[in-house]
Every structure is written in C-alpha cells, then in structure tokens.
Design a protein around this ligand. Structure first.
Ligand SMILES: Nc1ncnc2c1ncn2[C@@H]1O[C@H](COP(=O)(O)OP(=O)(O)OP(=O)(O)O)[C@@H](O)[C@H]1O
Length: 260
C-alpha cells in the first residue's frame, strides 16, 4: 500500500535562505505522526511544502499516492494552517464557515446533511453552543477552533494540522483530542505540528523532530512531562542541561531512542 504522505529529499528556500535541507518524511495510512521542533526549525515550512503552498527547490512529494498537483484528491484532505483568522469580510456564522469545508472543486453545493455535520464538528472542538454566532465576534482561539472544525467536517482521509492547539484552552484541547481520536479510530491519517504533545500524547504514535531544517529524530514520541515521576521511567535520555540542544529537540538527541 502506498503511504499517505511521502516526501523525499525535500529542499525549500525562502527569502534567499535554505530552510529545509533534504527532508524525508513518510506517514503511513492510519498513522498519527507529531512533527516537533523549536521555533524556526522549519515545521510550518515543511507542512506548507507538503500541501504545495511553498515551492520546492528539490525533492518530491506524494499525497494519497499522487504527486503533488492537480491529481491529488484534495477533497479527501483536511488542512488547518497555523493560526489565522476564520473571519472574512462576509459576516458568516461559525456553522457557515464550517459548512464551507464540505465544498470543494467538484462539489460546489453543500451536501444535505452539511448543517448536522457542521454541528457535530463544532461539538468536536467544544463550540457547539456558538454555531450561530458571527465568527468575527469569536476570540482568536475560538476562530482557530472553527477552522479545525472546518477541516474535520470533510471527514478527511488525511488531516494535516499546523499547531492546531496553540492558544486553545485546556478543556477545548481535550475536546479536540477526543475528536481526533474518533477520526483516528476510523482510520484517518493525521500529521500534526505541535509544540508539545500535551492532550494529544495518547494519540501520537510517532514523532518526527526537526532542527535547523533537518530531521533529527524519527521514532517514538518523547515521554510526557511528569513521566519522570513514574517508577518504570527509563532514564536513558538526556535531561535539560545535559546537552545544549535539549530544548531545541524537545529533549531528544539524534542518537537517542526510547523504548515504546
Ligand atoms: N516567507 C519566508 N521568507 C523568509 N524566511 C522565512 C519565510 N517563512 C519562514 N521563514 C524562515 O524559515 C525558518 C523556519 O520557519 P517555520 O515557520 O517553518 O518554523 P517553525 O518550526 O514552524 O516555527 P514556529 O514553531 O515558530 O512556528 C525561520 O527561520 C523563518 O524565519
């Protein structure tokens, strides 16, 4: 079976600087992969290159088995960019913005059940009671959750999320984690940029860590904070202060592997 995401030797330059240096990334169908790394390590650039928003200098990308371009089944893919506003010049309600996620190039009218699907998606991000509110009246974090719901409403086969929970409060993060769990249980492939695993810890099966635009770890996710207290915690990884780069790699050094 082909991978859901397959990137090989990806090089991206922006503003005259090389941001990604020969990145390889494979996400298998049904996998949940977290993309981690310090600020500026290239996570968003990688995600944006994968969905074709920024050009590549070199390398190849395939999504759902098709090379990046028109042949990709975009209607089967949900993408949530890094925090932007969901408010447009048009005074739309949260439900309307979410329903727009059911429309794509080949389907210009929302399906009959769009409203109930939108309601369910809003419930998934803890915003069921705000469905009829104008998006511009919602807070920044609430608008971000509307955009997540717009991606969820597609019932995507592949979901790509760029720091979806940044600035989102803990109860809403939990609601969102539950919604992702449901999607994952139904076989959705999820690639998610995160600053820390947080509420998504139980869900993320593999972590890919970027540093200065290169992959420095691809394997087991870092242990949750607080796990140090556990009797069975295995002290084989470096702690803060052990290495200069500890913070940049979320405590992961390139040579370090965790036992699952
Ligand atoms: N349009 C651009 N032009 C020039 N440089 C850019 C552009 N976009 C990003 N960069 C640079 O690329 C590097 C990687 O940025 P990117 O946003 O991919 O990092 P990130 O890991 O997502 O960071 P964060 O965690 O802060 O979101 C940074 O040094 C950034 O300044």
């Amino acid at each position: 079976m082909t991978a859901a995401v397959l990137a090989r030797d990806l090089e991206v330059s922006l503003g005259g600087a090389t941001i990604l240096h020969g990145v390889d990334l494979t996400v298998d169908h049904g996998e949940v992969v977290g993309l981690l790394g310090a600020n500026g390590s290239g996570k968003s650039t990688l995600i944006r290159a994968l969905v074709g928003v920024v050009p590549r200098e070199r390398g190849t990308v395939e999504l759902l088995g098709k090379p990046l371009g028109r042949s990709v089944a975009w209607q089967r893919i949900g993408y949530v960019p890094q925090r932007t506003t969901a408010a447009t010049g048009v005074p739309s309600t949260a439900a309307e913005v979410v329903m727009s996620g059911t429309i794509h190039g080949r389907r210009l009218l929302p399906p009959r059940d769009a409203r109930s699907r939108a309601q369910a998606a809003l419930e998934g991000v803890g915003l069921a009671d705000r469905a009829d509110d104008a998006v511009r009246d919602l807070s920044g974090g609430q608008q971000q959750r509307v955009l997540i719901a717009r991606a969820l409403v597609r019932r995507p086969e592949l979901l790509v999320l760029d720091e979806p929970v940044a600035g989102v409060d803990l109860p809403s993060q939990d609601a969102f984690a539950g919604a992702l769990r449901d999607l994952s249980d139904r076989g959705t492939t999820i690639l998610v940029v995160l600053h820390e695993l947080g509420a998504l810890t139980p869900l993320v099966q593999r972590a890919v860590v970027l540093r200065h635009g290169s992959v420095v770890h691809d394997g087991a996710p870092p242990p949750a904070r607080g796990e140090h207290a556990g009797a069975d915690h295995d002290h084989i990884h470096p702690h803060a202060g052990d290495r200069d780069q500890t913070d940049e790699t979320h405590g992961l050094a390139p040579s370090v592997r965790w036992r699952p």
